[in-house]
Design a protein. Structure first.
Length: 225
């Protein structure tokens, strides 16, 4: 069959269009349950600096105690998500949150290494410079503090294992050192306290209080207080 110029052009365009469309399909390796969670002071004191805790459910657990520890020192905000930093949705979530919060942050304390186990450790590490770059663009005045991922009580067949957490922490620490980002070593803090686990991943109230005390001390240092 002889192709007319119109049909021939269409045959050439369709594969190109399909290829271009395929390149724009996001690499979504989602979890069974996906979520975001935000909290803020009811009445922020305009005379105090604003601090953001950016992380996951572990961050969410020590957030209330951190708020208490920094009372009169800073207005403390929270943004937690199940999307890890290698997830293509993560940057968009950060942009949306910053627009929602609509305040300048003096300090951003961040981590998201307990999620995204369908991404390799290499992919996780490769994503971190982009996260730092995004945070600096969105909040250029903020001092950044990265915190490593805490150990689990029991390895999971489908999620976190201590071997993978250790590798992520090592890789991430190298990135933060290269980018001159301050580090909060929560892993070393919680390593001796397996008895404070409330389940295989999370910490009980005493564990969260212990974490919050270290977070607050580092934030105070960044604020010069």
């Amino acid at each position: 069959m002889k192709l007319t110029p119109h049909v021939l052009a269409l045959c050439l365009i369709l594969p190109v269009a399909a290829s271009a469309q395929a390149k724009h399909i996001p690499d979504l390796r989602t979890e069974k349950i996906e979520w975001t969670w935000a909290d803020r002071p009811e009445s922020p004191n305009p005379a105090l600096p604003n601090v953001l805790l950016l992380g996951d459910s572990i961050t969410r657990a020590y957030y209330p105690s951190t708020v208490k520890a920094l009372e009169g020192v800073a207005n403390v905000y929270l943004f937690a998500t199940s999307a890890c930093s290698a997830d293509p949705r993560y940057t968009a979530q950060l942009k949306d949150y910053m627009a929602l919060a609509a305040v300048p942050f003096a300090v951003i304390h961040f981590n998201n290494g307990m999620h995204g186990w369908r991404f390799t450790e290499a992919e996780y590490a490769a994503s971190l410079p982009g996260v730092v770059s995004t945070l600096k663009k969105l909040q250029p005045q903020a001092r950044l503090v990265w915190t490593d991922t805490t150990p689990v009580r029991k390895d999971s067949d489908t999620g976190a294992t201590n071997a993978r957490i250790d590798q992520r922490n090592r890789d991430a620490a190298q990135v933060m050192q290269r980018l001159n980002i301050s580090v909060d070593d929560q892993h070393a803090l919680m390593q001796p306290h397996a008895d404070m686990h409330s389940d295989d991943v999370h910490w009980n109230a005493a564990g969260s209080d212990l974490q919050a005390a270290q977070v607050a001390a580092l934030v105070r240092r960044q604020l010069g207080r």
